[in-house]
Design a protein around this ligand. Structure first.
Ligand SMILES: [Zn+2]
Length: 351
């Protein structure tokens, strides 16, 4: 095994929006994450933060003081705190009603005419329009505020599940190459972060050819965006890729091999199925061994456990019960995520 293995990320991701959830999260850090040896906590905020730069576009009450408290508890437990701010995609909460920024500025959306009550499959989530650079007049101040409040040198920018990009009915994107639009967006944000000395993380799914790798449309791309992977001028290899796959794939997870071959730091990411998580981690160990043998330039940066519900007191209880496997009757998603946390911790400590 690689000698830097001990420095690897063992990470937990959750969404969080409410001030009241801050204290519950601190308890979970102390009673759940720290005893399991987790060393990284990724908090997904999106508009769900009490932004001082644009309070009118905020949807949450989690504030700077909450982050200070959470960060302190993380420091006391040897855990690095990283914010996540969703860029490009996920500009609505799974449906047609966009976040407040786009209610005020619908022209920034790729598909502004979708009705507010539209649901999948009419729309999944809104995406911003890659050709409207004025979107950064809003995004960058929010991003900078998070970087300052978290006192972080790493930011996760999301970028998963982009479906609406370079659409024929967008007057400023029509005819443009989707892969170039995607890669330009990655580069624009990467440049902004690099100027601030901040490392960039992002989800890897849009860089994967779903047909070739035998993945489905969520965890990989079917619209040609994957060609952006070859655009080395725009897609920097110093980006850390969180490579998420939540289904059991009998053929394994060849995206791990691909990202290693391409020179990225790749962080395999799992969700709520302990058996699948074990399967993916087993594949990861083999992929890393093969990559070493083949002198691939990339490396495995750790493992990420994802939790997609907004954190609160109730979720905390389900997570803790899941870690202890206290209640076989508990069917809550967070309970299963807790089971995954315990399993991943066990596997990472064994390897
Ligand atoms: Zn557009």
């Amino acid at each position: 095994m690689r000698k830097e293995k001990d420095c690897r990320m063992l990470a937990f991701h959750t969404r969080i929006h409410e001030h009241e959830a801050g204290e519950a999260l601190c308890v979970f850090i102390e009673q759940g994450l720290a005893p399991l040896g987790f060393n990284t906590l990724i908090l997904e905020l999106n508009p769900g933060y009490a932004y001082r730069c644009f309070p009118e576009f905020s949807t949450g009450t989690l504030c700077r003081e909450d982050i200070r408290r959470i960060r302190q508890v993380c420091l006391e437990n040897g855990i690095k705190l990283i914010p996540l701010f969703q860029c490009l995609s996920h500009q609505s909460n799974y449906g047609g009603k966009p976040w407040p920024l786009y209610q005020a500025h619908p022209e920034l959306l790729e598909k502004p005419d979708v009705p507010d009550d539209a649901k999948w499959p009419e729309i999944y989530c809104h995406s911003w329009c890659c050709s409207r650079k004025e979107v950064y007049d809003y995004i960058f101040p929010m991003m900078d505020e998070i970087i300052e409040d978290f006192e972080t040198d790493i930011l996760h920018i999301g970028m998963d599940e982009v479906f609406d990009i370079g659409e024929d009915d967008c007057p400023v994107c029509r005819g443009k190459d989707k892969a170039v639009l995607f890669a330009e967006t990655v580069k624009t944000i990467h440049d902004h972060l690099e100027e601030r000395g901040v490392k960039m993380m992002m989800w890897g799914d849009r860089l994967l050819d779903a047909s070739k790798l035998l993945y489905q449309m969520w965890e990989a791309d079917r619209f040609g965006l994957y060609k952006a992977l070859e655009d080395r001028d725009r897609i920097s290899r110093d980006i850390w890729i969180t490579d998420w796959h939540y289904d059991w794939h009998p053929h394994g997870y060849p995206s791990i091999d691909l990202f290693l071959k391409e020179g990225f730091t790749v962080i395999p990411s799992v969700f709520m199925d302990p058996d699948q998580a074990g399967h993916m981690l087993g594949y990861m160990v083999e992929a890393e061994y093969i990559a070493d043998k083949l002198h691939s330039p990339g490396k495995v940066g750790g493992v990420l456990c994802t939790h997609w519900d907004a954190f609160d007191e109730e979720r905390k209880e389900h997570l803790l019960k899941g870690i202890q496997e206290e209640d076989p009757e508990d069917k809550n998603t967070s309970y299963f995520v807790g089971q995954v946390l315990a399993k991943v911790s066990q596997l990472c400590r064994q390897s």
